[in-house]
Design a protein around this ligand. Sequence first.
Ligand code: NAG
Ligand code: NAG
Ligand code: NAG
Ligand code: NAG
Ligand code: NAG
Length: 351
Amino acid sequence: MRFSLLSLAVLPLASAQLNKLAVKAGLKYFGTASDVVSVKALDATYASILSDRKEFGQLTAANGQKWFAVEPEQNVFNYTYGEELTRYARRNKQLLRCHNLVWHSQLAPWVETTNTTAWTKESLTKAMVNHVTHEARHWRGQCYAWDVVNEALNDDGTFRDSIFLRVIGEEYIAIAFKAAHAADPHAKLYYNDYNLESPSPKVTAVTEKIIKPLLKARVPIHGIGMQAHLVWNRAPTLDNMIAAIDSYAVHGLEVAITELDVRIDLPESDVKMQIQKEVFANATGACVQRKACVGLTVWDFWDPVSWVPGVFEGQGAATLYYANFTKHPAYDGIMGALKNGTKDKWHHHHY
Ligand SMILES: *[C@@H]1O[C@H](CO)[C@@H](O)[C@H](O)[C@H]1NC(C)=O
Ligand SMILES: *[C@@H]1O[C@H](CO)[C@@H](O)[C@H](O)[C@H]1NC(C)=O
Ligand SMILES: *[C@@H]1O[C@H](CO)[C@@H](O)[C@H](O)[C@H]1NC(C)=O
Ligand SMILES: *[C@@H]1O[C@H](CO)[C@@H](O)[C@H](O)[C@H]1NC(C)=O
Ligand SMILES: *[C@@H]1O[C@H](CO)[C@@H](O)[C@H](O)[C@H]1NC(C)=O
C-alpha cells in the first residue's frame, strides 16, 4: 500500500534508516567512520545517531587503529584508542571495518625517523610483519574487513614513495597481506586508496600492480576499497563508478566504498547541495547496482567533525548532517538510490 503525502508528513519520521534500506537493497551494510572517543563526550545527538543500527550497521575507527596509535614505540602496543570504537561497535552489534595496517601516513615517528640507512630490508620487514601480526591478532575475528595496505599508489599509477617501498621494495604489499591473513584468517583483506572511483592510470595500476601480482602469487586479497573522498563539481558519474567497480570485480574481488564524503566550496548554496545530493546518490547507486559492491561507509556524518575543513581550505559541508543536525539533501539522495535498488534479490541479509 502507498501512504499519501499527507500521512507521510504527519508520521513521526522513520528518520534513521540508511542501513536498514541498504540491507533491503542487498548490501551488507551502510556505515560510518567515527572518532568516537572525542565526539561521544561532545554531543549526545551525535552519539544517538552513531549507535543506531538502523542508520549505521558498520563502523570504522577514523584514527584509533592507525599505526601511530597502536604501536607508538617499537614493539610497544597500545589498543586503548582503537578499542574505544571497536568496543562501541561490539556493544551495538555493528560490523567493523578495521583501518588500517600499513600506510605511509599517520605512521609512528620511530618507523620514519629511523632512516633508510638505519633500516635494512630485513629489519623493516620484521618490524612491519610484527606490527601487522600483533594488531590483526588483537582484533582477530572482530573485523569484517581489514584495510591491509592503504594508499600505495600515485595518481599516475606508479608506486608511492614510502619508507616501506624504499627499504623493502614492492613486495612489502604481499608480505603485509600474508601476515594479516595469518593473524586474522577469516577477515576480508582489502587494498584501500583514493581516486579509485573512475577509470584512470591509478585504477589500471590497482589491477596490474596489486590485484594480478597478488593473485598470481596466491597472496590472499579479497577486496578493493574505493575511498571516494569526492568533490561536488568534479565527481565521478554513476557510470564511471560502475566501470571502476567492474574493473576490480572481474578478478573475483569484492568492492566497498570506504570513506565517502563530498566536499563543496563554501559557502553552501542550494545549487551546490543539490549537486552534492546527486553525487552521493550516484555513489550509492553504483554500489547497489553491482553485486560485487558490499557496502558504503561515509567518512563521518556530521559536518563539525569532518576532516575536510581542516585539510582543504575553503571547503566543507562534506557529510550528511549540518551542525544543527538538519540533514543535507544528500541524505534523501542516498535513500532514493537505496530504494531504487537493483541488486539480486537472493543476495539478502538481515541487519
Ligand atoms: C595508550 O593510549 C591512550 C589513548 O591514546 C593514552 O591515553 C595512554 O596514555 C596510552 N598508554 C600508554 C602506556 O602510553
Ligand atoms: C641515518 O642512520 C644512520 C645509521 O644509524 C646514521 O649514521 C645517520 O646519521 C642517520 N641519518 C639521519 C639523517 O638521521
Ligand atoms: C550522476 O551519474 C549520471 C550517470 O552516469 C550522470 O549523467 C550525472 O552527470 C551524474 N551526476 C553528477 C552530479 O555527477
Ligand atoms: C535508479 O534505477 C534505474 C533503473 O535501474 C537506473 O538506471 C538508475 O541509474 C538508478 N539511479 C541511481 C541513482 O541509482
Ligand atoms: C540548519 O543549518 C542549515 C545550514 O546552515 C540551515 O540551512 C538550516 O536552515 C538550519 N536548520 C534549522 C532548523 O535551523
